[in-house]
Design a protein around this ligand. Sequence first.
Ligand code: NIG
Ligand code: FE
Length: 412
Amino acid sequence: MAKILIKNIKSLLQVGEDFPAYVAGSAMKTVPAIDDAFLALEDGVIVAYGPMSEWGGITDWRDLEIIDAEGCFVFPAFCDAHTHTVFAASREEEFVDRINGLSYEEIALKGGGILNSAGKLAGMSEDQLFEEALVRIQRMKTYGTGALEIKSGYGLSVDAELKMLRVIKRLKTEAGIVIKATFLGAHAFPKAYKEDHEAYIKLIVDEMLPKIAEENLADYIDVFCERNYFSVEEMTRILQAGKAHGLTPKVHVNQFSILGGVKAAVECGALSVDHLEECDEADIAALKDSGCMPTLLPGCSHFLSIPFGNARGMMDAGLPVALASDFNPGSTPCDNLGMIFSLGCVKMKMTPEEALNALTINAAYAMGLSNTHGTISLGKTTPVILTKKIPSLAYIPYAFGDVHVDRLIGGN
Ligand code: NIG
Ligand code: FE
């Protein structure tokens, strides 16, 4: 049995029992903490914690690894509830096009964007996609990511979507981190179906979904609901078909325009609605007490120079907020959640405590991991982040661009 004791922790954060499934509104301002604390893990399970003054429960010292965390913080690993970690190639040529004045939408309309990635992925083997994604995931762990969601959506054909999902399935067993798989066949209409949306939707519903269900390749279903992509009505039909195969909706909505997709997704029982760079009063009303997590992606806003999600307005209206990376080669080539933490604080006016809640308990909820991740509670199996020696929690988003994570500990 691997037993680990972390002692002399400067402050143990997001710790306790009886947490709600997520925190919303003004409750996001608080993070429960124990100063000068210890934490014990056994085979990756959290078995004890408390102030150092109460440390006395360890009776069996055999094979016990002791870590001295003096001057360091410990808190649950970040959960990255929205990523596109499996892809074939970077797209920095589009980045340069944008510097020279083209918009993301203009680049997509001339054949770049998602279709560019799909073209490159078609020719890459399952093994190579797997190996490259594995390297990315190992890097994410060094930034404190302890669970992640990965989407398909650069396949856009039956074979290539299945190939992506099989890679994700393999990563689930071999990457040493909890992963959730999301089917995003409805990421864009392939060129051949530009004028025949019905035929592509039929391919998704009649061919992709049954095979995905048969091989148990996905947990969630996603649709990119946006002008020039999928309409609200098309999204609704695809989500309903996914639900019939046991997949819960988690969707891309309101990145560039408000089409009514938030309300429709909530009505479909979506676990999360992601992006929301654009968001109006009706969207906020639809989300209120819905159990659907608004998941904001400040890395995308930063990189595409589009508005940042209105986290402040959402929290002031009593909503919960989660933050995620949206790591992908087109709109967000950054998988460092420490950077997302900082962008949430600097650009969205979230306090460090609000951002930490958004990256832990609320992000765990947004990927169906409330029972295991997001908080330090007895019996949970989340890895924990051991920080370097830092003066405060606020120092993490303050000293942006640096990595304040020493390492992840535990997890199973
Ligand atoms: O979440 N908006 C849709 N999908 C991705 C971008 C995909 C791409 O450009 O490759 C996103 O930003
Ligand atoms: Fe995305």
